[in-house]
Design a protein around this ligand. Structure first.
Ligand code: C2E
Ligand code: MG
Ligand code: MG
Length: 660
């Protein structure tokens, strides 16, 4: 009587896992498919073992019974003999050294030869090789050729072990223990059954090994994002890390939906999830169409990564362009037809990038650091580009500047048309970096608003400008105040007013000597705190100007909501003064602000003719724009040069002589 209880338990365990894998649709990656095949083979093995056991225990003599027992035994051997070969393929695939297996032609050859040996021995059972027989009374008997199977299994087990040991540097400890444990448990079962035929525990040990595998290994391997159906961030980190460590060349295509947050708000969670799913599905479809052997990962926040075989440059370009065509325009899904704003970046590893940290930092930043266009960006085109490298290294650059006093203040004079002289100046920060030299504020100020360095910058600017005012006889130079740029992000500091007040007291400077230019930030901030700070600064006696008026962020509502003393018309107004429509807008804007009792300043005046156009504007019978600033008058200058410049131009006519 064969004891079947071990097999029955094994059947229960394996069947549960198999159903679980099918329900979770775990057949997306090659590793998943191989694992599913492995589970299916184990299931068939167990069913066949139980079947032949039942036949042996309960069927009586007779032709049909013998045939049935033979069928189950063949089924058993066929599925069972494939377990170790398929497990070997699974190891190659799951630790991402599949290319090792494919490239060395001898390996698939040996693999095929061994599998075929098993098959030939099985097919010619009894005729040539006595593997097993079923006796007339339905009893199973082994023949000597069965040792061929054991020999082949031993070769595969040894091969598996060698692969794990040779490639141990690509496998984390957790994975290594699991993979070796699996081999050890299965081998134990095999040895027990071989030495003691009464204990039919082999299938049971295989199922135990599977149980252990599912709880340990699959935790890191079955990483499919349930929303998108793509693999998760951690799976991407794992795969890319292994590829980089093994030197396997791969092409990575990052796809970033820049307006992801807006789409989420606009579509609602469910439709947004559907959109992400449809993006994944379309990409996978495209990869199939283009024969691009790649996997799709979702790295959160509208960022996808396709990691695939190393294609020739043209091949990747075709796939990337197709992706751009699919997403950069309208995307229809369900009842929606929306516009996705997508950026695409192609990287080749290890050719372009050799470490995961750089690759993942690129993935989260490229849509900000590379030009804001919908073209496909190739990392190789940017890696030596100065501006790109600055944007990419901005955190480090700002850290260096804060630590090594890399900032300094420049001053640009402000000219009064009414008084025909310079009456104030705007303080502008400059950054001199040890590696990149001079870096424009247009690059580092927006970055500092995101990474928090804007507050260090603010502290430096406040102190340096207030020190400059305290050490300079501004009144003697004919200057009434110095304007300081204040990003709205700086105004979220609760103790901003206190900071400024204590510096003014420390340097004994009158608040009236200072004016703040409020620059709206592209970063979302709470307007309540900003407005409260601005009001308190104003109440304390510091004048407030609204910078860059007309650029979108700086709008008319701010001039009525806040205690604004001065409005600075952005350079975009200046550039369009010759447009008759724009001329009307400018004239009426100036008239409106004057009527509201605010000073109006025009920024970015580069030519004398433009300066005259503005000063001649007849805005409601009040003299045109009274304050001007720009390269025509003077570029921003370092402290000493600025003081010298003002001294040199105190009595010189600039605009008035020809006006009168
Ligand atoms: P902004 O406050 O509107 O400053 C005017 C910018 O235009 C300055 O650029 C100035 O050098 C430049 N400019 C002045 N006259 C002309 C002209 O005639 N033609 C042209 N083409 N440009 C002119 P800069 O110094 O590169 O600053 C850019 C922006 O960075 C500033 O715009 C301001 O928003 C910000 N920024 C500069 N310094 C500071 C600072 O100390 N703190 C903060 N928070 N932001 C600053
Ligand atoms: Mg300004
Ligand atoms: Mg401005």
């Amino acid at each position: 009587m064969r004891i079947l209880v071990f097999d029955e338990c094994a059947f229960g365990i394996v069947l549960l896992f198999w159903i679980g894998s099918i329900l979770r649709k775990e057949y997306y990656t090659r590793s998943h498919r191989l694992m599913l095949l492995l589970q299916s083979l184990i299931l068939v093995t167990v069913i066949a073992d139980i079947g032949s056991g039942l036949a042996e225990n309960y069927l009586n003599e007779g032709r049909i019974s013998v045939i049935l027992a033979y069928l189950f035994s063949y089924m058993y051997f066929f599925a069972h003999n494939l377990l170790l070969p398929v497990y070997l393929l699974y190891i190659y695939s799951s630790i991402d050294i599949w290319h090792h297996f494919q490239q060395k032609i001898i390996l698939p050859f040996i693999w095929g030869f061994l599998v075929c040996t098993d098959c030939v021995v099985l097919v010619f059972n009894q005729k040539l090789f006595p593997v097993f027989t079923i006796t007339q009374n339905v009893k199973y008997e082994r023949g000597p050729a069965i040792y061929v199977f054991y020999a082949v299994a031993a070769v595969f087990a040894f091969w598996n072990l060698c692969v794990l040991i040779v490639n141990r540097q690509y496998i984390n400890r957790h994975k290594m223990i699991t993979l070796i444990f699996l081999l050890a448990v299965v081998s134990c079962g095999l040895i027990i059954q071989l030495t003691n035929g009464a204990y039919l525990v082999e299938c049971f040990t295989v199922s135990l090994a599977l149980l252990f595998f599912m709880t340990m290994f699959k935790r890191t391997d079955a990483q499919i994002n349930p929303i998108t159906g793509a693999l998760k961030y951690t799976a991407c980190m794992d795969a890319v890390g292994r590829n980089l460590a093994s030197g396997k060349p791969v092409s990575v295509i990052f796809i970033k939906i820049v307006n992801n947050d807006n789409l989420h708000t606009y579509l609602g969670m469910q439709a947004h999830n559907e959109l992400l799913r449809s993006i994944t599905d379309r990409a996978i479809e495209l990869f199939k169409k283009c024969s691009f052997d790649a996997l799709m990962y979702y790295l959160e926040n509208g960022l996808f990564a396709a990691v695939g075989e190393d294609l020739e440059d043209d091949g990747v370009a075709i796939v990337a362009e197709e992706l751009r065509n699919i997403y950069s325009d309208r995307v229809s899904f369900g009842r929606f037809n929306i516009i996705t704003d997508v950026r695409i970046c192609v990287v080749k590893c290890p050719e372009d990038i050799r470490d995961s940290a750089t690759l993942f930092s690129l993935s989260t930043n490229f849509h900000r650091t590379m030009p804001n266009t919908r073209d496909v960006h190739y990392y190789r085109d940017y890696k030596n580009n100065r501006e790109y490298r600055i944007r990419n290294d901005m955190d480090e650059i700002l850290r260096r500047a804060v630590e090594n006093n890399g900032f300094s203040m420049y001053y640009q004079p402000i000219y009064s048309v009414k008084e025909n002289r310079y009456v104030a100046a705007e303080a502008m920060i400059r950054l001199q970096d040890l590696e990149y030299g001079h870096i424009a504020p247009g690059l580092f100020i927006p970055a500092s608003e995101i990474n928090g360095y804007i507050h260090d910058i603010g502290e430096f600017v406040f102190e340096d400008v207030i020190r400059f005012i305290s050490q300079t006889d501004l009144a003697g130079l004919g200057l009434r105040y110095i304007e300081v740029n204040l990003s709205a992000t700086q105004c979220i500091e609760v103790n901003l007013v206190e900071k400024v007040r204590s510096l003014l007291e420390q340097y004994d400077v009158d608040p009236g000597m200072l004016s703040f230019e409020l620059t709206e930030s592209a970063v979302d901030i709470n307007p309540e705190i900003v407005d409260a700070n601005i009001r308190q600064l104003h109440d304390y006696g510091i004048a407030i100007a609204l910078d860059d008026y007309g650029t979108g962020y700086s709008n008319i509502k701010r001039t009525t909501d806040l205690p604004i003393n001065q409005v600075k018309l952005d350079k975009t107004f200046v550039d369009k003064i010759d447009d008759p429509q724009m001329c009307i807008v400018i004239r009426d804007t100036i008239a409106m602000f004057k009527e509201m009792g605010k000073e109006v300043l025009v920024e970015g005046v580069e030519q004398e003719a433009v300066a005259r156009r503005f000063s001649d504007l007849d805005a409601d019978l009040i003299q045109g724009c009274e304050l001007m600033q720009g390269f025509f008058f003077c570029r921003p200058l370092p402290e000493k040069d600025f003081v010298q410049f003002i001294e040199d131009h105190r009595n010189s006519d600039i605009l008035s002589s020809e006006r009168e």
